[in-house]
Ligand binder design. Structure first.
Ligand code: ADP
Ligand code: MG
Length: 353
């Protein structure tokens, strides 16, 4: 299962036929697209429709849904319910919208599934680091060790009777950096679908969810490329009705004494997780994919691959810090090396040795 493809990072690129080039019945459906900054990230929403007005209305509704979710869950906006929970840490439970309560409840389930590798209470350790290039020295080891004591999903207490959330430790905080974009992508897709958009894509900086088919009847393809040469796609994942989500250290990281520290914290140590450069998860649910990408990154190549191989309907592609590529047992990759687009080459390969 080991591919010695050195120096490949994973970047998800979306292949979109913006014009209908149907091989069968001609169709006037087009892919309408909007790109904008939401949740501090570049979002791209695509709606396929013959009706331009409907497509644009649906995209706007999707955008509003993402903004609504951001206002509810952001740990950075002081007016959000998440901020209210964080302010009340160690003092009292806070009743919140069932929507936020359920997101927290699902997050705790993923913590249990991943043995705490994914933990929305990562913040105590995270705040010791700066992943914007400004950090020049490592935090004191005793501070890192002490921070871990304030991480622990087991101490997020939920009361379903009044939808209240209580953080038992006054130093504890929660944040949805590793699951919120996936949740928002799911919801934006649902809103667009409900308005009659039968096919489309929501792409949050490479975290993608797709439904239906391209205007020409082809499935959506997500390209896996070397960021150094973004035009050069080395393989394609067929992506209809699925989410493809990547976590990696190549965007937000600190470089200290020649070593790279990525923005995913290992809750067991308080230090940025090591062993992997990039994790791509493929499964129908963008929220789960988002959380599992982070968890797999923390678990590392061996335990991460083991976890994903246990989960039905979930696949992964990993790049280790030694530039080796690992794939889960049932991942089907479409190799189109040196080709411009998938329809010119129909080769399909399973990601195996
Ligand atoms: P990206 O935001 O680049 O898609 P991720 O989905 O992996 O990457 O999310 C990383 C973010 O999640 C961090 O910036 C931080 O806000 C948060 N985080 C870091 N470590 C953890 C962890 N162990 N569990 C849950 N969230 C985490
Ligand atoms: Mg994530």
């Amino acid at each position: 299962m080991l591919h010695r493809l050195s120096l490949f990072f994973i970047v998800c690129l979306l292949l979109i036929q913006t014009q209908a080039i149907a091989k069968g019945a001609p169709s006037s459906a087009k892919a309408h697209k909007k790109v904008l900054l939401l949740m501090g990230t570049r979002f791209e929403l695509v709606a396929v429709s013959e009706n331009e007005q409907l497509a644009n209305n649906a995209i706007d509704a999707g955008v509003n849904e993402i903004k609504r979710i951001e206002a509810l869950i952001s740990e950075w906006q002081p007016t959000s319910q998440t901020s209210a929970i964080n302010r009340a840490a160690g003092s009292m439970p806070v009743s919140v919208d069932p929507e936020l309560y359920n997101l927290i409840s699902r997050s705790i389930k993923i913590s249990r599934l991943t043995d705490g590798a994914f933990d929305i209470s990562f913040a105590a350790a995270y705040k010791l680091w700066k992943f914007d290039g400004s950090m020049t020295r490592l935090p004191a080891p005793e501070d890192v060790a002490a921070s871990v004591k304030h991480i622990g999903y087991q101490r997020i207490k939920l009361n379903p009777a009044n939808y209240s959330v209580y953080l038992e430790d006054p130093e504890m905080k929660i944040g949805f950096g590793a699951i919120g974009k996936g949740y928002a992508a799911n919801r934006a897709r649902d809103v667009m679908r409900k308005m009659g958009i039968k096919a489309g894509v929501v792409n949050a900086a490479g975290d993608m969810t797709t439904w239906g088919k391209q205007p020409d009847g082809q499935p959506w393809y997500v390209g896996i490329a070397d960021p150094a040469e973004k035009e050069k796609v080395f393989s394609w994942l067929m992506a209809s009705e699925t989410a493809i989500v990547t976590s990696g250290d190549y965007e937000k990281f600190a470089q200290i004494d020649g070593k790279r520290y990525g923005h995913i914290i290992d809750p067991r140590t308080g230090y940025p997780a090591t062993g992997l450069k990039s994790v791509t998860i493929i499964c129908p649910d963008a929220e789960l994919a988002d959380a599992l990408a982070t968890a797999t990154y923390v678990l590392g190549p061996e335990d991460g691959l083991y976890l994903i191989n246990q989960l039905k309907g979930v696949e992964c592609l990993l790049i280790t810090d030694k530039d080796e590529m690992l794939a889960s047992d049932n991942l089907s990759l479409h190799f189109y090396q040196n080709r411009k687009s998938p329809e010119k080459n129909n080769k399909t390969a399973k990601a195996q040795p």
